[in-house]
Design a protein around this ligand. Sequence first.
Ligand SMILES: Cc1cc2nc3c(=O)[nH]c(=O)nc-3n(C[C@H](O)[C@H](O)[C@H](O)COP(=O)(O)OP(=O)(O)OC[C@H]3O[C@@H](n4cnc5c(N)ncnc54)[C@H](O)[C@@H]3O)c2cc1C
Ligand SMILES: NC(=O)c1ccc[n+]([C@@H]2O[C@H](COP(=O)([O-])OP(=O)(O)OC[C@H]3O[C@@H](n4cnc5c(N)ncnc54)[C@H](O)[C@@H]3O)[C@@H](O)[C@H]2O)c1
Length: 494
Amino acid sequence: MDQYELIIIGAGPSGYAAAMRAVDLKKKTLLVEKNVMGGAGITNGALSSKTLWELSRDMLAFRKNLDRYHMEPPKALWKEIQSEVRNAVKERVDLLKDHLFELQKNPKYSSYIDFIQGNASIISEHIVEVETANERLAFETENIIIATGSRPRYLPNIPIDEKYILTSDGIELMDDFPKSMVIVGAGVIGCEYATIFSGFGQTKVNLIDKGDSILPFEDPDVVAVIEKNLEAQGVHIHRNSSLSQMERKNGKVVYKLDFSDGHQETFEVDKALVSVGRVPNYENLWKDAVPVKMGKRGVEDDDTKTSVKNIYAVGDITADINLVNVGELEGRYAVEKIFGTPKKKLVYENISTIMFLNPEVAGVGYNEKTAQEKGLNYKVVTTDYSTIARAVAKRNTQGFIKLLVTNDEEMRILGMRVVGEQASAAIQAVALLISMNKGIEELAECVHPHPSITEGIQESVRALLNKSILKSGLLKDKVNCYCYDCAKNERIMI
Ligand SMILES: Cc1cc2nc3c(=O)[nH]c(=O)nc-3n(C[C@H](O)[C@H](O)[C@H](O)COP(=O)(O)OP(=O)(O)OC[C@H]3O[C@@H](n4cnc5c(N)ncnc54)[C@H](O)[C@@H]3O)c2cc1C
Ligand SMILES: NC(=O)c1ccc[n+]([C@@H]2O[C@H](COP(=O)([O-])OP(=O)(O)OC[C@H]3O[C@@H](n4cnc5c(N)ncnc54)[C@H](O)[C@@H]3O)[C@@H](O)[C@H]2O)c1
């Protein structure tokens, strides 16, 4: 039986990153993948949906520009778009495959990495069995990392067939743009696809969430901008209602909503997308004799270590944040922990995120909702994009920067949201300051390029320090500072 120092199950972003860190540390490693290299980081997930988002955004801008010159815009063809998404996916999968192939050929690395295509299960604490296309193989290992990811959550009584009633696993397989669709679940995936399909301009999109609002985890000011733009693109948000029934009927999807005033309505659309969260892939992954503990939302882990001494879990299979960057962080960290002591602790406070909406929403650390849930007193500055020269030059001043700091002398950064063009590019400096546990002075004094969106962040910081160029509270709603007192649940303008 072949022996390894580490077997990694799953070659999505977390498993692949873990394997590459193990190679750095010269540990004999086996990476097992049952499906496509890159997991949901590439296929039916992050990369494929972002490719769709980019194409949809281009199409929307193109339509708007032609409209400006009173010209009739051409129609996007779904097949062309689908083919472009497939090209992007293939490029990225091939890159990872080629890289692995080169590693295995290179004498510097070849003794540290093996790869096998097959379905792995943990037979005992030190034996992993892999079922390939034509045989069943067993491998002995000192350590195991589970990186098997997640899949879309289903709802009881909603007959998902990936033809008419779809999840994010089936949406890219459609034959054409649907004329109409309903999206159940207005979280990140739901709102990103509502943005994508309304942006292409050929689908009437309806959106339902069980919560009172779309993006229920975001602050109301962020939600307001996104809702306004979705509605301007023709998206209908079903408010004060809950889904009571959905079925496929005569080649259509029929759904019933119960409204809070007691009445009920029935709607008919071409397709439905169900995006109500993800569930971990753990079924049949280990035998009863291997006591890996499961929590409600995934494998329970303590700093990536499971309830079994030599078994670790990383990425979407665990109960924390489901993101590519988090999976990679955990994967690399687990390897360092197995074979030594990581230089840095695993912290989640400075994780940056982008939601690919209209416009982009970039975030790091706390928003007001999460700060209030934690019982924190904080200070906020909001700076409108109309005060930022670059946004004015772009002729698009919709958006704002919102920075939260501790309400004390130190003014440690708690978090930030940027809603607007180039939001994602603007967030990094603040993420770095949070990770270094720094205050805001550094940012206030560092010379920024002009004109740039990051100047808005600098002005926000200066406003908190009472030395901004545009003074807080003078230009209505453009630059505002306030404090939140948690005990009194009160907002005080400053
Ligand atoms: C539509 C969509 C859009 C997204 N957009 C973003 C985004 O913009 N930014 C972002 O950061 N995140 C995004 N995500 C989340 C991101 O894709 C996941 O957090 C990330 O892929 C998780 O990585 P992972 O390696 O833990 O799991 P996965 O990517 O799910 O990979 C797990 C791998 O394990 C394999 N596997 C499972 N069981 C076994 C087994 N028994 N044996 C062998 N192999 C096995 C699977 O085939 C899979 O390849 C998105 C997700 C979706 C669905
Ligand atoms: N840009 C990104 O970083 C990005 C993009 C897509 C996905 N992701 C990751 O994928 C994960 C999964 O995304 P998601 O959108 O499926 O989950 P989510 O948790 O973001 O949203 C799920 C939504 O479904 C709603 N919901 C739950 N049950 C419902 C029901 N019965 N009826 C109607 N609505 C219901 C919830 O209120 C919530 O708003 C995210 O948490 C995120 O980590 C990230």
